[in-house]
Design a protein around this ligand. Structure first.
Ligand SMILES: [Zn+2]
Length: 424
């Protein structure tokens, strides 16, 4: 029933059809703004229906997990802690209500999870310390800015580092990468123009001369900018490093809210979402072009009709509906990412993928919180290109920073306005 309703939301989606929700008329309705997704589909997100769906799904979840024979793959976890904690989990009866408009402050409170274990995430705590010193830093900054104007000297550093992750930022025509000089050393966000960095891949070892843009408290560079790669040892680091996860800072692509995707400039980003629905297609595909292959009915021969390749592999194609507080979208998931997704939930071979399709398995993934990376594909649909377990602490820090940035921007604007008025 809940599915039917939400289906309506996305299909009809038009602003005037609020009556299609079977809610008591005349009840106080809190309307969230109408958001249009990048695909041009308008979705009006009514908070109440989100809450309702949330509740229904939760009940559904609780009911079916208890009567299920399949042991929940969620529990299968290396460090023994089930890190998947839905923000809508109903520990206290009130929690589902407070999640409604989760401010950064609230989010911090909600985190009672053990600190992130990966060294990659450690700098988030540094940021927290920074936040505590905001006032002090502000004063310092002002002084620094004055000093800068006098000296005008750029701090340049030369470094050779492993590329832990690389990602394109379409809006700014940039390539953004996470670099690390050696194992255990702090992660550096490096930014260059698209043209300069487009050939860089994960696992490369690059040598650059870069301008330092940001340092952390211990005076170590955390953000740099460069315009030339001096040397690229292709795949030179691939064997000993693993990809920097999308759920940990520094973010190659910054996380956004779904409603922000109405900005058509955004073609690649990271979202924090809850899974609402997932349709999975398992097929025999061509290893080369990934098209489905069916054996010739007469000869029984197997050959790809598109590229003549005869090697096949079991592949999956998923279409996933996800939401955050600001809206919902569909994303396509191809084999590589789908495999990662299924693996996260403990379905690690083809037999289990088939099992995954059964309706009662829904309880294992519906409403789970995830971090996903999405990118517009050639047909202008969103494709999920990576998926990671939620790192609530890092995400809360990020949201806090984002909020502060917006506040500062607003303050600046106000100041400019009042200055203008004064001079008139
Ligand atoms: Zn093919």
């Amino acid at each position: 029933m809940d599915e039917e309703k939400s289906e309506k939301t996305s299909k009809n989606g038009s602003f005037h059809e609020t009556d299609s929700f079977d809610e008591p008329k005349g009840a106080p309705i809190s309307m969230e703004p109408v958001f249009s997704t990048a695909a041009g589909v308008r979705i009006d997100v009514k908070q109440e229906s989100i809450d309702k769906t949330k509740k229904l799904l939760n009940t559904d979840l609780n009911a079916s997990t208890s009567s299920k024979s399949f042991s929940s793959p969620l529990i299968k976890r290396s460090n023994g802690n089930s890190a998947f904690v839905s923000p809508f989990r109903r520990d206290e009866p009130s929690s589902s209500m407070t999640t409604r408009k989760r401010s950064a402050g609230n989010a911090t409170e909600e985190i009672a999870e053990p600190p992130p274990k990966k060294p990659a995430c450690e700098d988030s705590s540094e940021k927290k310390q920074k936040n505590g010193k905001v006032k002090k830093d502000k004063k310092k900054k002002k002084k620094k800015e004055k000093g800068k104007k006098k000296s005008h000297k750029k701090k340049i550093m030369k470094l050779t580092a492993d590329v832990m992750r690389v990602s394109r930022n379409y809006e700014r025509d940039q390539m953004r990468m996470v670099l690390q000089e050696s194992e255990g050393s702090p992660l550096i966000l490096a930014i260059c123009s698209y043209v300069c960095g487009r050939s860089v891949k994960f696992g490369d070892k690059i040598q650059i001369e870069a301008e330092v843009k940001k340092k952390n408290d211990s005076n170590v560079a955390t953000e740099i900018q460069f315009d030339k790669i001096l040397k690229n040892d292709n795949n030179g680091a691939r064997k000993h490093i693993s990809r920097h996860p999308i759920s940990c800072p520094p973010y190659c692509n910054r996380p956004r809210f779904i409603h922000e995707l109405s900005d058509l400039e955004i073609k690649k980003t990271v979202l924090q979402v809850n899974v609402l629905d997932l349709n999975l297609e398992i097929y025999t595909g061509c290893v080369n072009c990934k098209h489905a292959i069916t054996p010739d009915p007469e000869t029984g021969r197997i050959q790809c009709s598109k590229c003549r390749e005869s090697k096949t592999k079991t592949m999956v194609f998923g279409r996933m509906r996800v939401m955050d507080f600001s809206g919902q979208i569909y994303v396509n998931v191809k084999t590589k990412t789908m495999q990662k997704f299924l693996d996260m939930f403990g379905y690690d071979d083809v037999d289990q993928w088939i099992q995954f399709k059964e309706p009662h398995e829904r309880a294992n993934y519906v409403f789970q919180a995830l971090m996903i990376e999405i990118e517009k594909d050639l047909s202008n649909e969103w494709e999920c290109t990576d998926v990671a377990e939620m790192n609530w602490r890092a995400y809360a820090d990020y949201l806090k920073e984002k909020e502060e940035k917006q506040l500062r921007r607003a303050e600046k604007k106000m100041k400019q306005l009042s200055n203008r008025n004064d001079s008139q």
